[in-house]
Design a protein around this ligand. Structure first.
Ligand code: ZN
Length: 252
C-alpha cells in the first residue's frame, strides 16, 4: 500500500513523528508527503533525507494559502521548488479552493498560481497533484487545456460524478482518501471510478477514519478496505492495483 498524499511534516506530529513513521513503514511501501507552503516544502525535503526510499516529496503551495500569502513568499517558494526539482516526485499540492475562499480577487490569485504550477508540471514532466474544492470542474478545464501533462491526480476528490467521469476519460487519476470510510458521497465515487484510475491516500493529519484519533499514513489501509467492499473485490486486489498506479505515476 502507498499513502499518496499526507502531511507528516505538520506540527501535529512533532511529539511522535518517529512512531507514526514506524507504523507507516510496517504497513506501507511508500508515502508521498505533500508540501503545502514555503516551510512545508522545506520540511518535506528534510524528512525525505531522514527516510530515504520511503518518504517522497511533492512540492507546491496550497490554494487557500495562495489567496493570503505575500507575493514575496510565493516567489520564494517557487524559486526553491525550481532549485530542488530533482528531489521532487510531483508538483503540488496546488489547485483551487473556492469552498473556503469565496472572495473573487482571492480566487483570482489561486487561479494565477495554479496556472504557474500547471506550467511547472509540463516543463519538468512531473505529475500534478490537484487540490480542488468547490472548483473541481474549473480545475479540470484548466489542466485539460495543458494537454501535454500525462499524470494528473485529483487528490481527495469530492466533486460530482459527472466531472469524475470526465477526469477518468482524460486518463487522469482520482485519489480517494480515508474520507471514503465515512462519507457516502465518496463511497459512491469509489464504486463508480475504475480501479485503473484510483490512488489511495490519508491526507493526514486530516480525515481520520477513527473518531477521536488523529489520522496517520498507516490508516490508508482503511480506505483500501472500504474501496474493496464497495467494488466487491478483495483488499489484495485494490492494494496491488492502486500501488501499481502510484508507482507508475510517481516513477518510484
Ligand atoms: Zn493535502
Amino acid at each position: 500500500m502507498i499513502d499518496t498524499h499526507c502531511h507528516v511534516d505538520f506540527k501535529e506530529y512533532n511529539k511522535n513523528r518517529n512512531e507514526v513513521m514506524g507504523r507507516a513503514k510496517d504497513k506501507l511501501n511508500a508515502i508521498m508527503n505533500s508540501g503545502a507552503s514555503l516551510g512545508g516544502n522545506r520540511r518535506t525535503l528534510n524528512l525525505q533525507k531522514e527516510y530515504p526510499g520511503f518518504l517522497y516529496s511533492t512540492l507546491g503551495f496550497h490554494p487557500s494559502k495562495a489567496s493570503k500569502a505575500d507575493q514575496s513568499i510565493i516567489k520564494q517558494a517557487l524559486d526553491e521548488i525550481n532549485d530542488n526539482i530533482d528531489l521532487a516526485v510531483g508538483i503540488g499540492e496546488t489547485g483551487l479552493d473556492f469552498h473556503e475562499i469565496t472572495d473573487t480577487n482571492a480566487q483570482k490569485r489561486q487561479i494565477n498560481l495554479f496556472q504557474t504550477f500547471i506550467k511547472l508540471s509540463e516543463e519538468y514532466e512531473l505529475p500534478l497533484i490537484i487540490h480542488a474544492r468547490g472548483a473541481e470542474k474549473k480545475a479540470f478545464e484548466m489542466v485539460k487545456k495543458a494537454s501535454s501533462i500525462d499524470n494528473v491526480v485529483f487528490h481527495c476528490y469530492g466533486g460530482d460524478a459527472e466531472t469524475a467521469e470526465r477526469i477518468v476519460l482524460e486518463g487522469y487519476h482520482i485519489s480517494l482518501s480515508t474520507i471514503v470510510c465515512f462519507s457516502e458521497h465518496h463511497q459512491n465515487l469509489a464504486e463508480r471510478i475504475p480501479l485503473t484510475n484510483i490512488l489511495t491516500e490519508t491526507d493526514s493529519p486530516y480525515l481520520s477514519p477513527f473518531k477521536g484519533i488523529r489520522n496517520e499514513p498507516a490508516f490508508v489501509e482503511e480506505a483500501v478496505k472500504v474501496i474493496a467492499e464497495k467494488k466487491s473485490i478483495s483488499m489484495g486486489e485494490v492494494d496491488k492495483k492502486t500501488e501499481k498506479n502510484a508507482k507508475k505515476i510517481f516513477k518510484i
